[in-house]
Design a protein around this ligand. Structure first.
Ligand code: PLP
Length: 393
């Protein structure tokens, strides 16, 4: 029997999308010859700071490097605890270990799949200093509750907005909602630079410390006593390459248009799937989400997800389980290797066991990942809707 989805997935599902603007942007740097410290890096930083309404932007070689700088910039002590979701990409969490910080894994809430404020509150101890907020898959997290909790306990918020380029929460850009915020500009992301990351903050001190960690050529420009570190930095180099910065800039310029096309395709399919009994995570009215990943869930918790994925696959859909395994269950944490990096004595900090955080584990198994539809729709979006209708029959 012919599958319902028989149109090609390309070009509707193809990403990233590059055109002659991107080629010209990269060529400009290549022809200039300054492929290491070209001012395009500052232009990228200024563009992102303007786009998110922030005072400082500092471009990094990767989102991971930007997060490392963010954890360093908070100026915490070894053994200090940071609340983190277990349901996220590893880079939201692991860089903190290099500064002796201890991640305390928390549940995610099942409405928006972000960190659960109620569970985070339960895990606060006298050593808790910060929380990592990830807007998972493109849906802004429950910021009111998370911010209230952070303020109540004097915790800094590290916002990992790597899935939310162009998303807003109560009219404010994702990337402006943390004391320090980072967006990855890696090739799969919504405004790719190839490899890159942008750190954003309004705090001069955070900007200064991040600069001291990783961008030695910029330390001399600091308007403070930190200039005395200009000959050494703090020992790592995290600056983005200008060729990447140029691509990151031209992609940011197109982000609103490309998001609009992707969002329109996704919203249309979401409305069809909602009518078939699926939760599609469109988010509340005060949130304008984007789609780094297209994740849906059947409203009936008893629904056999594997069988559903199998039927969708038979109908020609690309359907699978979401790609992040829960971090606290991974060997790096479960076998204790993290202590080697963080250098935390075993008596000093405990880690969630693999059987803990059961709510997130259970809810995670209900999720289905679909392809993104960022390109011009060749008719495949309606075919997906039809395939879902057959699969739930
Ligand atoms: C992609 C990503 C990062 C950082 O990734 P890099 O590949 O280092 O740019 C961090 N957090 C999340 C949630 C991500 O998806």
């Amino acid at each position: 029997m012919k599958p319902t989805v028989d149109l090609p997935h390309e070009p509707t599902c193809a990403w990233p999308f590059f055109d002659s603007d991107d080629e010209a942007a990269v060529l400009r740097i290549l022809r200039d010859g300054n492929v290491s410290t070209h001012p395009v890096i500052r232009e990228l930083e200024a563009d992102w700071a303007r786009f998110t309404g922030r005072r400082h932007g500092l471009a990094h070689a990767s989102g991971t490097a930007g997060l490392m700088a963010a954890f360093f910039a908070l100026d915490l002590q070894p053994g200090d605890e940071v609340l983190v979701p277990t349901a996220t990409f590893w880079a939201s969490v692991l860089p903190m270990l290099w500064f002796g910080l201890v991640p305390v894994f928390c549940e995610s809430e099942s409405e928006r799949l972000g960190p659960c404020p109620v569970d985070m509150a339960r895990r606060i101890t006298p050593r808790t200093r910060a929380m990592v907020v990830v807007h998972l898959w493109g849906l802004p997290a429950k910021m009111s509750e998370l911010r209230a909790l952070a303020d109540q306990h004097g915790l800094a918020i590290v916002e990992d907005a790597s899935h939310t380029h162009g998303a807003t929460w109560r009219g404010r850009a994702c990337g402006s909602l943390g004391d320090v915020s980072v967006l990855s500009l890696q090739g799969d992301k919504l405004a790719p630079a190839g490899e890159g990351g942008i750190l954003l903050t309004d705090d001069d001190q955070i900007h200064e410390r991040a600069t001291c960690l990783g961008d030695i050529t910029r330390i001399i420009e600091l308007d403070s006593v930190a200039r005395r570190f200009a000959a050494t930095s703090f020992g790592v180099k995290t600056r983005i390459a200008p060729l990447s910065a140029a691509l990151g800039r031209s992609q940011l310029a197109k982000l609103p248009d490309l998001n609009a096309r992707r969002n329109a395709n996704h919203r249309r399919l979401c409305l069809a799937l909602e009518a078939l009994g699926f939760e599609t995570f469109l988010g509340p009215d005060h949130v304008e989400r984007v789609w780094f990943e297209f994740i849906v869930r059947h409203r009936d918790p008893a629904r056999d997800v594997d069988a559903l994925i199998e039927r969708l696959t038979r109908e020609g859909c690309r359907a699978a389980a979401p790609r992040y395994p829960l971090l606290h269950q991974q060997p790096f944490f479960a076998e204790g290797h993290w202590r080697q990096i963080a250098r935390v004595p075993s008596s000093d900090a405990t880690m969630a066991g693999v059987d803990e955080l059961a709510d997130t584990a259970r809810e995670n198994r209900r999720l289905i990942r679909l392809p993104n539809f960022p390109g011009p729709d060749n008719g495949i979006v309606d075919q997906y809707a039809e395939a879902f209708a057959r699969a739930v029959e």
